[in-house]
Ligand binder design. Structure first.
Ligand SMILES: [Zn+2]
Length: 195
């Protein structure tokens, strides 16, 4: 296992990073940063566990991208877009929404399930200041990789209902991105969201 050690740019505390984690998180002052293109601060949130959770806990990191989109032209049979329409207000052809991208190592199938579910149903949670001793999964995806996947998630969501979407030309621009640590519990059927 390769260990990289850097100093926190905020407080100077040494930070050890295991393997290929894409971010550095300071245990002392809580600053998160990357060094892909020089030192860059990353915003993040830690969601609180719901109090009723009894099973083993863990935190899974997601990139949450705030996206603007606008539709340039479309040709749709059977009404409107399956999902994009819910983000469009009134007669406009544009809107904004959050896209959630799993930042941890997972299968393509699970990646699709989680990104679609969370993008369509953004979780409501209270934030907390620290992990409270709960294990966090490493962030293995860079911000740039997450941005490139935003389109894939939107297209996958629209493709869920085959035959309806005939043609869609749109632009998607990412306005903001941050890491959200979401609480999960381990169950016999896999991890379950616990907000
Ligand atoms: Zn620090």
């Amino acid at each position: 296992m390769k260990i990289v050690q850097v100093k926190c740019p905020s407080c100077g505390t040494p930070i050890r990073m295991k393997n290929k984690e894409a971010i550095f998180l300071c245990d002392n002052c809580g600053m998160m940063h990357t060094r892909n293109h020089g030192i860059e601060r990353i915003d993040y949130e830690i969601a609180e566990f719901s109090s009723s959770v009894a099973n083993e806990r863990m935190y899974m990191p997601f990139w949450r991208l705030y996206c603007d989109f606008s539709i340039r032209s479309k040709n749709v049979e059977g009404g409107s877009f399956f999902r994009l329409s819910q983000w469009i207000k009134g007669d406009k052809n544009s809107g904004a929404f959050f896209v959630f991208i799993p930042a941890f190592d997972t299968s393509l199938e699970n990646f699709k399930l989680l990104s679609i579910h969370l993008t369509l149903n953004p979780p409501h949670y209270r934030t907390t200041m620290n992990f409270g001793g709960v294990t966090r999964m490493p962030v293995l995806m860079t911000k740039e990789e997450a941005r490139e996947l935003a389109d894939f998630v939107v297209v996958t969501i629209e493709a869920e209902k085959p035959g309806v979407l005939q043609y869609l030309d749109y632009s998607l621009s990412v306005k903001d991105e941050r890491i959200i640590y979401l609480p999960f519990t381990k169950t016999s059927s896999g991890p379950v969201l616990a907000v």
